[in-house]
Write a new protein. Structure first.
Length: 372
């Protein structure tokens, strides 16, 4: 079986779907691995290093034409799909909620499609969970990037020239990214507060040494996959009003609130921004899925009354080597679990919960009813 690993064509995405420290595992499974010329540019790994590790370099076109399993960090366009042979499989982060075209094209051409965004949240699948592996790094990057825009230091410093107060950081949304943002800000010495509609996270926030902000919104809760349920308009308004006071006293506000498969909720509006201190920073981690902050823009810093509103796409790409290592491990783990060495093919066993959830198209059929 030939695995083809593709380079991302998005300029800000420097991540590679394969990593030099993890490819050995696939080579040991007896798989032939082809990679697109220049795949390691964003992580400082040369073509030669991959060739030395036993991989073969080819053009994108040849990778697409010959791969039985194609690994990609982005949704493929029709021009790519047209080159792939029937019965091949695409495995990767394919942005499914914006990729109905890709899903339909795969179905038409009988190309199997595995969306790593749909890896179920069960213990056995944690090692394949791309959303968590990348959100974790993104949470770290959000703090580092926010700190760069602040004109104060994060930790308290007691110096002969006076005591410098620690920065106050407020994290809205305590999923994987939010937890890492809290942990990173704490390590850098900031005073951290956090809020989430899922009150089950209060204990996790406290265990990181941060303070959970209590806002009573009535019935909230989470889905069986651990995702937040959407709030009503009244609940959102109440949340905005009550968390506004915390924003006012914060130097950095990091928003991470997302809703799986739906636009992110708008949580920080101009009313709140106008009450914040000049020089403070709002980092909108949800900017790519609709945004949590009024006026935030993708890959832009918007200033309003001295408050900087930062929105950066592809956050995990800012630490591209670690992001690639984690992604490559996620893909490897999926392949290792479902590759049948004797038959030299993938084992699409739809009794398996991971296959059931992550395979969107199989043998021409759209398997997930959301996309039918
Ligand atoms: P996410 O990216 O969907 O959302 C980020 C956070 O925003 C969530 O915590 C969500 O509750 C919160 N949020 C949504 N609306 C909000 C609002 N109006 N105000 C404030 N916060 C709001 O979430 P995620 O990072 O995918 O994680 C969600 C949960 O799933 C976490 O508890 C995480 O630990 C858990 N998880 C479990 C597994 C597993 O068991 N394998 C894997 C990954 C994550």
């Amino acid at each position: 079986m030939i695995i083809s690993a593709l380079k991302s064509s998005v300029v800000s995405d420097k991540r590679s779907p394969i990593h030099i420290d993890t490819v050995k595992n696939l080579v040991n499974l007896g798989l032939e691995i082809w990679f697109e010329n220049g795949i390691g540019e964003g992580i400082n790994v040369s073509n030669e290093s991959f060739i030395d590790a036993g991989l073969k370099m080819h053009s994108r076109e040849d990778c697409l034409k010959n791969g039985n399993l194609i690994i990609t960090n982005q949704a493929l366009e029709n021009i790519d799909i047209d080159l792939i042979k029937p019965s091949s499989t695409i495995l990767g982060m394919v942005n499914p909620f914006s990729s109905q075209n890709l899903i339909d094209a795969c179905s038409k051409s009988k190309i199997n499609l595995v969306s790593m965004e749909f890896i179920p949240r069960i213990t056995r699948a944690q090692k394949m969970d791309v959303l968590s592996s990348q959100a974790n790094l993104a949470g770290y990057v959000a703090v580092i990037e926010s700190a760069k825009h602040l004109t104060t230091a994060l930790p308290m410093m007691m110096t002969a020239a006076g005591t410098l107060k620690p920065a106050k950081v407020f994290v809205i949304g305590v999923g994987v990214a939010g937890l890492q943002a809290i942990a990173t800000a704490k390590r850098l010495g900031a005073r951290v507060e956090a809020f989430d509609t899922r009150d089950v996270v209060e204990e996790q926030v406290n265990s990181l040494g941060a303070k959970f902000v209590k806002i009573d919104l009535g019935e909230t809760g989470e889905t069986d996959q651990g995702y937040a349920k959407e709030l009503t308009e009244d609940q959102i308004q109440k949340q905005k009003d009550l968390q506004s006071k915390v924003c006012e006293r914060s130097d950095i506000v990091i928003t991470t609130a997302q809703l799986f498969g739906r636009p992110a909720p708008m949580l920080v509006d101009n009313n709140t921004i106008d009450k914040m201190m000049p020089g403070s920073v709002i980092f909108d981690m949800a900017v790519e899925s609709g945004g949590n902050v009024e006026g935030s823009q993708i890959d832009n810093i918007v200033e309003r009354n001295g408050v900087k509103i930062v929105g950066i796409s592809n956050l995990a790409s800012k630490v591209s080597s670690h992001a690639s290592l984690a992604l490559s491990n996620n893909y490897n783990n999926w392949i290792s679990d479902f590759y049948n060495k004797e038959k030299s093919s993938l084992n699409f066993d739809f009794e398996d919960e991971i296959i059931q959830s992550s395979v969107l198209v199989y043998d021409g059929k759209i398997m997930n009813e959301r996309f039918q």
